[in-house]
Write a protein that binds this ligand. Structure first.
Ligand code: PMP
Length: 438
């Protein structure tokens, strides 16, 4: 093959147009703790923990060491019919972090795979308990559940869905919970919106509970702009699911591992689902890995196979990969030894005050926060949605701060090792630069 004379052409970048990237390439060459170093040698404060995932900060020595050691001892071992101890060890450690009674762990390689796995487990469970007519899946508008066919089917982002035909059939969506008119500038959890969970009753009345297998929601929607669950909303969803025999799945790919100030959003928000999906912070993102936690009841029913004797036939070559398991164990050790979940809880008040100090800055129409997450919603430019936030993104990066933008919403989710001075720097920089964005 004759290659083009362009080193930036062959990599088909995810969610990114190469042509636009090449106009002003931003290459990150190394990372340590709270900072990236760009290829032109600049320090960039990481306001997003990579992609909501490097919760303990970058290139932490214990994680690096664990990966190095395992790479020299056990590069790969199949987990079909065989296994190696690290996968069991991580599963046991992870089960201990999950809310009761979720103590069985299925390993995947990503959030998308965790979501597809969870949906399959929910369907298999309904069938195993003799409820095989329950095949419908319910997601939510503005939900993000990765990019597998299951995830985009229950997800609620139009751009992720529109090219791909019918997707999974038998999927409905709850309304999203974002209500600027009622809840703008709420600190922490909004008062208004618990009633939106009642839409599940409408869906049940329309199709019959005996057709509905599962509901999947992010307890706090991250990727579509930090949508904080209204007080009472998740409780109501839980109650309706329980009453109608519907499996409730929390997609905790972003919220697990300290982001909200505890091991899971379920723990922090006090609502326990039937299944939790995870990825990202599980290994501090050092090696790709995801996981799905379920109760023993669901696990045993699915494994025994129910009336038709069909067992769940599902797994990945790399489920429980040794390097990922080693990184996972080292990450959980680090979270525990440095008290990072508690640290996130302790800093969340300072974080909230800092975030809300942006009220009154140019273009800001809402500020949202929970744990160590913030959403800063900007008024869109007339006829140019997303352009204002993108301009801010560029200006932040060029002055040494990485933020994430989705439409006209800035999302912040820095590593949990951050200091108050980092919060001041981040929020101060954004406040100053907002005045320079037109
Ligand atoms: N679910 C949620 C809630 C997510 O935030 C993400 C990724 N941001 C995913 C699933 C997909 O994860 P991955 O990109 O690892 O497939």
């Amino acid at each position: 093959m004759k290659l083009e004379n362009d080193p930036l052409a062959a990599f088909w970048m995810p969610f990114t147009a190469n042509r636009a990237f090449k106009a002003a390439p931003r290459l990150l060459s190394s990372a340590k703790d709270m900072h990236y170093t760009s290829s032109d040698g600049r320090q960039v404060l990481d306001g997003t923990a990579g992609l909501w995932c490097v919760n303990a900060g970058h290139c932490r020595a214990p994680i690096v060491e664990a990966i190095r050691k395992t790479a020299g001892e056990m590069d790969f071992g199949p987990t079909f019919q065989l296994a190696h101890p690290l996968a069991f060890e991580l599963a046991t450690r992870l089960a201990a972090l999950m809310p009761e009674p979720l103590d069985r762990i299925f390993f995947t390689n990503s959030g998308s795979e965790s979501v597809d796995t969870a949906l399959k487990i929910a369907l298999a469970y309904q069938r195993a308990r003799g409820e095989g007519t329950r095949t419908r899946l319910i997601g939510r508008e503005r939900g993000y559940h990765g990019v597998g066919f299951g995830g985009i089917s229950v997800g609620g982002i139009v751009n992720n869905r529109r090219q791909f035909g019918t997707l999974l059939t038998g999927v409905d969506h709850l309304p999203h919970t974002h209500d600027l008119a009622a809840n703008a500038f709420t600190k922490g959890r909004p008062q208004h919106g618990a009633h939106l969970a009642d839409d599940l009753e409408r869906i049940v009345a329309l199709h019959g509970a005996e057709t509905i297998a599962a509901v999947i929601v992010e307890p706090m929607a991250g990727s579509t702009g930090v949508l904080i669950p209204p007080l009472g909303y998740l409780e109501r969803l839980r109650e309706i699911c329980t009453r109608h025999g519907i499996v409730l799945i929390f997609d905790e790919v972003i919220t697990a591992f300290g982001r909200l100030g505890g091991a899971t959003a379920a723990e922090v928000l006090g609502v326990t689902p039937d299944i939790i999906t995870m990825a990202k912070g599980l290994t501090n993102a050092a090696v790709p890995m995801g996981a799905v936690a379920v109760s023993r009841v669901i696990h045993d029913a699915v494994v025994e196979g129910g009336p038709d004797g069909i067992e769940l036939f599902h797994g990945y070559t790399y489920s429980g990969h040794p390097l990922a398991a080693a990184a996972g164990i080292a990450s959980l050790d680090l979270y525990r030894d440095e008290g990072l979940f508690e640290r996130a809880a302790d800093l969340s008040g300072y974080w909230q005050d800092a975030v809300h100090s942006l009220k009154g800055k140019p273009h800001v129409i809402d500020l949202r926060n929970l744990g160590i997450v913030a959403g800063i919603e900007l008024e869109p430019r007339a006829g140019a949605a997303g352009k204002r936030a993108m301009e801010l993104f560029h200006k932040c990066f060029d002055t040494g701060l990485l933020i994430r933008v989705t439409g006209d919403i800035v999302a912040l989710s820095p590593p949990l090792i951050l200091e108050k001075a980092h919060i001041d720097e981040m929020i101060g920089r954004i406040g100053d630069l907002l005045a320079t964005v037109d």
